[in-house]
Structure formats: structure tokens, C-alpha cells
Design a protein around this ligand. Sequence first.
Ligand SMILES: C[S@@+](CC[C@H](N)C(=O)[O-])C[C@H]1O[C@@H](n2cnc3c(N)ncnc32)[C@H](O)[C@@H]1O
Length: 284
Amino acid sequence: MNNQLQKDMWNGRAGASWVRHNSLLEELLSEPGRRCMELFDLPSSAQVLDVGCGCGNQTLEWASRLDPSCNITGVDISEPMLALAENLKSANQSSPQASVSFLLGDASEALFPEASFDAIYSRFGVMFFADPRAAFAQLRRALKQNGQLGFVCWQSPALNPFFTAPMQAALTVLPPPPPAKPGAPGPFGLADKERTHRVLSEAGFGEVTIRPLQLELSAGAERTFDDLFQELIQIGPAAALIAESDPVAGEQAKTEVYKTLREFYSLGEGVRFEANFWLITARN
Ligand SMILES: C[S@@+](CC[C@H](N)C(=O)[O-])C[C@H]1O[C@@H](n2cnc3c(N)ncnc32)[C@H](O)[C@@H]1O
């Protein structure tokens, strides 16, 4: 199995959208990433890998938390997202900082020598593997003995209105996309806790721990709803469905999404969505 579909997506519309809306996405999503970072217990001179690092915000956040004897590598399949990561790195030279490098590559392949890293981290970057068990086994080989894996991923769509509310609104107008198979690569690829536990155990990890994390995602406290909407309508699965639809029906769907998202907005607070994640840790 290979990850070609994901490579096309993240080098195409999805990657372009994450680059264009990087600031808003970071405002919404920085907290779950930080909560995950707090679970790591790193040795001195730690070597850290950020899987599916995207535009590199979390890689750079790690660098600001570690001292200059440490190294952090961000790996991703998306050229446009890594291009932004390199730009953000050049603009972000405050010290003290761990050294940062970015690498274009498929994290499920043998990119690194065995036992290269003390820790492997990911915020929303490990749910897209066509063969998760093989991919996590490959990542485990890159970890030192007793090295830590820690990542944060979404729980089921039903617990995450950030995805489902715009989609349900769009579906009042547009035909539904083909149903995704449970566990298929995508934002909810690791939403099934038991299956994820099994995948990691079969990949050879021990001490697999899966904790729920509930947060309120918020953004745009100083922005009008109309301004925020121009961005929100271009993010996520509803945006993809609208982009692929007939233009007239697409415009009607946007009107429905506007009405729905307006309910998540209040003046002075911006948009707020209850969100549910899994915080997952394991050891080699
Ligand atoms: C939802 S984005 C998250 C990006 C970043 N971690 C963040 O939180 O801002 C998912 C990322 O995983 C990357 N990705 C998907 N499959 C991958 C693979 N097999 N190897 C490396 N990166 C992958 C995508 O290119 C994308 O940048």
C-alpha cells in the first residue's frame, strides 16, 4: 500500500489551504499540540522527530522549548507546506533554540537509520497512512530503545462539530460524498481507540496509553464573523465537497454553512467549537 492519494492531496488543494490559512489554523489548533508536548520526558541533547509537520509551527514550537544541544526534524510529504515551514524557520531565530531541519519524505518509509530519535511527536500528522501498522512499525525502528512516541489526533466526527457542523449544513444542498471506510486515512483515521491501541501494539510499541482530551477551540476574537467566514469556508471536508460541486449548488451550500457557523460565533469571542481528541503515548 502506498500513500500516493495523500501525497496528491497534500501537494494539491489540502496543502494549499493549510498554507493559506496557516495563522487561523494555528490559532485554533495550537493548544492540543502543546498538551501533547507536555507528556514528553526528554533526555539532554534530545533528538526529536515531528511527523507530518506540515507548515512547521509545531516543529518550531518544540525548538523554542529545547536547548541548543537538541535537534528537531520535521518530516512531511507536502512541498508547499514545507516551503512555508522553511520561511517560518528563517523568520524565527530567537534563542536559545534547538536546531531545526525539515525533510520532504513519506514518514512510513525507511527514511532514518535505526534508533535515530529519542522522541517522535505528531499533531494531526499520523492519521493518513494507508497501512498504519507498517508505518508505525517503521517509525518505531527510528526510535531509540525506550524512546517515546506521543501524538494527538481527533476523536470521532460526532464529537467534533468543527468538522461536522459545516458538513451537515453543506449536505442539506449537496449530494453526500462516498462514505469513508472506518479507519480510512483521513482526519479520523485513528479515531477508534481500540483499533489504534491494537495498531500500535502490533507495530511493536509498549506502554500504549490513550487519554481523552476535551478542549474548546477558539479563534478570531477581534474579527468580524464575515471576515472569519471567508477563511473557515475554505477549510476542511465541507470545503472540499463544495469545491468539487456544481458552482450554483456550491454557492447555496455556502449560504447554509454561513448560517450554521454563525451560531458558533459571538462578538468579542470569535468562533468557539467544543473539540475532542486522543492524546496517545507509547514507548519503544
Ligand atoms: C492535518 S495536517 C497537520 C500538519 C501539522 N502537523 C499541524 O498540526 O499543523 C497533516 C499533515 O500530515 C502530512 N502527511 C500525511 N501523510 C504523511 C506521510 N505519509 N508522511 C509524512 N507526512 C504526511 C500532510 O502532508 C500534512 O502536512
